[in-house]
Design a binder for this molecule. Structure first.
Ligand SMILES: [Zn+2]
Length: 336
């Protein structure tokens, strides 16, 4: 096994000592899209002892452009991302304990899912679950590495409980859905998440081997412009999470889903999205599917899913009782 890692051990900042630490470490990667596949690949190859990969989605053709662990066979086999990732990576490094978990991470299950982890890595496509990770990180004193990429740009930062400001110090609350750009509305080119995922993997290795010189600011990149910037962040005095109030973990905020009995439909409710502009939403969604709206509701049809959106941020997904699918589509198209 030493031979497998010989080039990494030669790198002075890792060395034999660092390699042992990586081997004794356990990480959880939440979200296995473009960022998650890069992070999982890097850390499994680097010999991190235990890698848990959590994702709720199946693989689609439009993922292959940037989600480097998956292939056409995975789609034909209709594999969930977490399972396909586990299968591919077990062939890469059989000495790592790899566990793919197909789950929608929410306030009811996140504490169980991260039990025993030394570090949490964010490979998500939505802000709401990041607030949850932030809560659970501070509550259980487990560091996490934030990463996000959309279009040609991306950013990353480390959140070390008790040492750095937290995510909610920087982003106090969920922004209105209409201002959030996602990969499904403005697109993304592969190199943006590749760079961010690589930076996250590097910070993960640094944190796991115990280096003191970790990134304590926010790194912002734009691969199209070729720019790389970094800025400091300050702790916010009135940050509830830093004061030990875990509002997202307590289920106080965020998306609620309810299967609408007898209607074969699921309702998704996000109080933070109240005051949604249907006109703006229609502009954003019309290139992606069929949209019609009036002042009371917006009807959106995409990939055989029909959604009805109300100005109070409520969405009804028709012809299904699958709450996890509804949350996924909400995050994808409505924003948070
Ligand atoms: Zn804070």
């Amino acid at each position: 096994m030493i031979d497998r890692y010989s080039r990494q051990i030669l790198f002075r900042e890792i060395g034999e000592e660092g390699q042992k630490k990586l081997g004794n470490s356990s990480v959880v990667i939440i979200g296995c899209g473009a960022l998650g596949t890069i992070i999982a690949t890097s850390l499994v190859r680097a010999g991190v002892g235990k890698v848990k990969i959590i994702d709720r989605d199946f693989i689609e053709y439009h993922n292959l452009q940037r989600q480097v662990l998956f292939d056409e066979e995975d789609i034909e086999s209709q594999l969930p991302k977490a399972i396909a990732a586990e299968r591919h990576l077990k062939k890469v490094n059989s000495s790592v304990e790899i566990e793919g978990v197909v789950a929608d991470v929410n306030y009811a299950n996140i504490e169980r899912l991260i039990t025993g982890a030394d570090l949490i890595l964010d490979g998500l496509d939505n802000l709401e679950t990041r607030f949850l990770i932030n809560d659970v990180s501070l509550k259980h004193k487990i560091p996490w590495v934030y990463g996000g990429a959309v279009s040609a740009s991306g950013m990353t930062t480390n959140i070390i409980p008790g040492e750095t400001p937290c995510f909610r110090c920087v982003v106090p609350s969920l922004p209105p859905s209409a201002v959030i750009h996602t990969c499904d509305t403005v697109g993304v080119i592969g190199p943006a998440p590749f760079v961010i995922g690589s930076l996250q993997s590097t910070e993960a290795m640094k944190i796991l081997v115990g280096t003191k010189e970790i990134n304590r600011g926010v790194i912002v990149i734009d691969v199209w412009q070729g720019t790389f910037r970094s800025f400091k962040i300050e702790p916010r005095q009135d940050c509830p999470t830093c004061q030990g109030r875990y509002e997202f973990l307590d289920g106080k905020f965020g998306t609620r889903t309810t299967a609408l009995c007898g209607q074969n439909a699921v309702q998704v409710l996000n109080p933070e999205s109240a005051g949604l502009s249907l006109e703006e939403l229609a502009k954003r969604l019309s290139p992606l599917g069929e949209v019609s709206y009036n002042e009371f509701m917006l009807r959106f049809t995409v990939d055989n899913h029909e959604m009805v959106v109300f100005p109070d941020g409520r969405v009804i997904l028709k012809n299904t009782t699958d709450e996890s699918l509804a949350r996924g589509l909400y995050a994808k198209y409505i924003g948070t």
